[in-house]
Design a protein around this ligand. Structure first.
Ligand code: MRU
Length: 351
């Protein structure tokens, strides 16, 4: 892709992050030099999107190693716990941090603890390469599945939130599928849901679609039924912050509503996510922690208050889509469809 600014780069102990709070109007880089900087960048949503939050966690651990040369294993575990407390719903952060702690433990037991920073940086690059390969294979799986279901033609696709390279690093999950379909001349039009209140759809997805010249319209969340009743959507692709054993999936607030409307009108609804977004320790969506965010994200638009002064707001940032409303979950191991615990374990090879 041309004219793309990488959302995350590491250079000589500085973690540079594209400030997604300022997009699309300004392209500003925030430099992180300490683990606290990385924590704040995740918490304040300089970066966001499940995989990118995980990668920021890895490089945050590398920053900790760089600035705490005397740290022992316990200190690293505390740093990982600290980073993990920055945002609760996307499980990728815990997944990557657990692996960082394993790297640290093995460095200490092999007397290579002086190299921890470079080991963590190497791991970070490996994970970025891996997600690129995985995203590509998910996109190919999705294209084949759509061709089987709907025939070889141009599709009208709907998506919600932002799941592109801004959320993943090199490529995207659901938006990666859309880019891949477009490159293969399989996209007629994209409908990107604005994603209130943080506006990831209107600000970030349209920014990415525009950069790739993919024809699209922004739609409001209230239009779901209109669009599907009037047969304007062939298929829906969303990402995931956490997928549990029975296939229940946490994603940006509004995803569950979209899935229910899709089921009602018979529109195929797909979740696209790497297995680092799977939480095999939870049986069902009921145990997924849902992040409650600041009510001012709803009460204000940019700096302008739009609600009456005495009004408050409730701001759950994610919801759980029931497995029964999902046509297929696409991961790097293939497609899980129909979505069931047995199929999920079979396709991923987990127990
Ligand atoms: O609050 P955000 O912007 O971090 O939420 C992001 C989402 O819900 C994405 O859809 C999800 O993380 C998938 S990212 C490939």
């Amino acid at each position: 892709m041309k004219n793309i600014i990488s959302p995350l780069t590491w250079n000589n102990g500085i973690l540079s992050l594209l400030d997604q709070r300022k997009l699309p109007l300004e392209e500003i880089i925030v430099e992180n030099r300490t683990v606290e900087d990385a924590y704040n960048s995740i918490k304040d949503m300089v970066v966001r999107g499940a995989p990118l939050i995980g990668f920021t966690g890895i490089f945050g651990m590398a920053l900790f190693a760089r600035t705490n040369k005397e740290a022992n294993v316990e200190d690293y575990i505390k740093a990982a716990d600290y980073l993990n407390s920055s945002r609760p719903t996307a499980v990728n952060l815990a997944y990557e941090l657990e692996r960082c702690v394993e790297i640290v433990k093995s460095a200490f037991s092999n007397n290579t603890s002086l190299e921890i920073e470079s080991l963590l940086v190497k791991f970070g690059y490996e994970q970025l390469d891996l997600i690129h390969r995985d995203n590509l294979s998910m996109a190919e799986t999705a294209m084949k599945d759509l061709e089987n279901r709907l025939g070889k033609k141009k599709y009208r696709i709907m998506t919600l939130c932002n799941t592109g390279y801004l959320a993943c690093g090199p490529m995207g999950t659901a938006l990666g599928v859309i880019s891949h379909l477009y490159e293969n001349d399989r996209v007629e039009h994209v409908y990107a849901s604005e994603t209130r209140p943080y506006m990831q759809g209107i600000r970030l997805t349209s920014y990415e679609l525009k950069k790739q010249n993919i024809p699209h319209d922004i739609v409001v969340e209230g239009s779901f039924s209109y669009l599907m009743k009037n047969k304007l959507i062939d298929a829906i692709f969303i990402g995931a912050d956490r997928i549990v054993r029975n296939g229940d999936t946490a994603n940006k607030i509004g995803s569950s509503t979209l899935s229910i409307v899709a089921k009602h009108y018979g529109v195929p609804f797909f979740v696209v996510a790497p297995t680092s977004s799977f939480d095999f320790s939870s049986e069902s969506g009921e145990s997924i922690p849902i992040e409650m965010r600041d009510q001012n994200e709803i009460l204000f638009v940019r700096e302008q208050r739009v609600a009456p002064l005495e009004t408050s707001a409730l701001n759950p940032s994610f919801d759980v889509t029931d497995a029964e409303c999902i046509t297929g979950i696409i991961c790097e191991e293939g497609i899980i469809s129909p979505v069931s615990k047995d199929n999920l374990l079979k396709i991923t090879g987990r127990k």
